[in-house]
Design a protein around this ligand. Sequence first.
Ligand SMILES: [Zn+2]
Length: 247
Amino acid sequence: MDLTENSIVLRTGKFRESDVWVKMLTANHGMLTVFAFGGSRSRKRFTGCLDSYNYILSRVSSSKNGQFLNLQEASLLESYSNIRVDWKKQGLVANCIRFLEALGVNPVDADKIFLITKALLLFINKAESVHPMIPLLYRFRMAAEYGYALDASRCYTCGQSLDAGAFFLVTDGYCVCKSCKPQGIMSLYASKECLDILVHIQEYSPEYWGEYKPSTEVWREMGRIIDALVRYHLGLEWADGRFKKMY
Ligand SMILES: [Zn+2]
């Protein structure tokens, strides 16, 4: 295999004295772990490239025995350096990356996942301040990209518009109107404002996610629904500082 790909450096680590492994998200092949031999010494081949959250052009080839991937060359396309110097931004991005690692990237969805993740980094890098719930929006969007978009405009049961708010059924993973809400089933209330933002997140690039200014209560509604939806459809839950597979 020999490929040249736009990639985002997710994490790096050293092994042996001067060699580096790089976990990266590529534009067409999902997540790859590649080895940069001499990576911590070879300034010429990897000039300033191997820092987390760099956007790079990478050339990768299989080793002779086909067991691992070598990073042959890299050039820096863009550096999201504000993230690296701001611990709050760094924490939010790290959470999104951990989610992505727990979820895995299907090769068929790789290009979409790459574009959204790149736009997210761009947005967080540029923003003056970033809301702590941004990683939740990213999880919600990823679920949508994996085929679990939430229909937040119509009641799942009767098809009526959800202009008066809705109830998200935790054990079924969809929204219904007040009249269709079954008794005795756990549901989460979503106001119209909450639903509008959820629809927007599914449609628009993360570059626009800084535009939402909901109240704390609406953020809470969104947070509860996103957590429940991600648990229901993707089987992932954030617990004890990491994402756990529920099934
Ligand atoms: Zn209904």
